[in-house]
Design a protein around this ligand. Structure first.
Ligand SMILES: Nc1ncnc2c1ncn2[C@@H]1O[C@H](COP(=O)(O)OP(=O)(O)OP(=O)(O)O)[C@@H](O)[C@H]1O
Ligand SMILES: O=C(O)[C@H](O)[C@@H](O)[C@H](O)[C@H](O)CO
Length: 177
């Protein structure tokens, strides 16, 4: 008689929707959350008050400002993995070293880099209301950005499509559709 084989338990997965301010992280993550039903966190919720104040006043964050914030996100991801839960997070994750830190979370960490023409991003920031991040910080975000590399685990998706198209492409290319 054939032995019964237990299916392999699926490892928790973290989708990190990344990119510069205004690239559409919150918009796309919300669609992914609706489709996948995974727990969701916005990186901005993890910033200490001082970081938000700094950005509101038009000053870019430094590495020192960002490390505790990234560590808090990594801990949140790991807490979820510990109870078998997958997550979706938005996080600019501009530098590879920042992504290295997030990759240390337990579970599989996949990045979705929302990538596109800075002029389109600037335009979208201009028309957005009620957000603390000034458009004047976009050049610094772009200068700091190290695009997701092919060996990092994840995909780069063009933002020059509708949010629904971006979400569909993401889920299809990651095999999550
Ligand atoms: N694919 C898209 N097409 C048209 N408009 C979009 C698209 N994606 C996002 N937007 C709009 O662009 C603006 C910026 O998007 P969003 O706030 O989601 O970006 P973000 O990356 O989360 O920004 P931040 O990091 O500053 O919080 C919003 O007004 C949003 O409605
Ligand atoms: O790394 C950074 O400089 C910050 O995370 C910013 O990108 C903002 O937090 C965010 O994108 C604005 O909402």
């Amino acid at each position: 008689m054939e032995a019964e084989v237990e299916p392999m338990p699926q490892e928790p997965t973290h989708l990190v929707v990344m990119g510069v301010s205004g690239s559409g992280k919150s918009t796309i993550a919300e669609l992914l959350r609706k489709r996948l039903g995974w727990d969701f966190a916005e990186a901005d919720e993890f910033h200490p008050e001082a970081n938000i104040r700094k950005m509101t006043q038009g000053t870019a964050l430094t590495d020192e400002d960002r490390w505790p914030w990234l560590r808090a996100m990594q801990a949140w991801m790991t807490e979820h993995a510990a109870v078998g839960e997958s997550t979706i997070v938005t996080c600019s994750a501009l530098k590879r070293t920042y992504r290295d830190l997030l990759r240390e979370a337990d579970g599989v960490v996949l990045f979705v880099h929302l990538d596109g023409d800075p002029a389109v991003i600037g335009e979208r920031m201009e028309h957005r209301s009620g957000h603390f991040m000034p458009k004047s910080l976009l050049p610094d975000q772009l200068n700091t950005l190290e695009p997701l590399a092919p060996d990092e685990g994840g995909i780069r998706v063009s933002i020059e499509q509708t949010p629904e198209e971006i979400a569909n492409e993401t889920l299809e290319r990651l095999g999550l559709a």
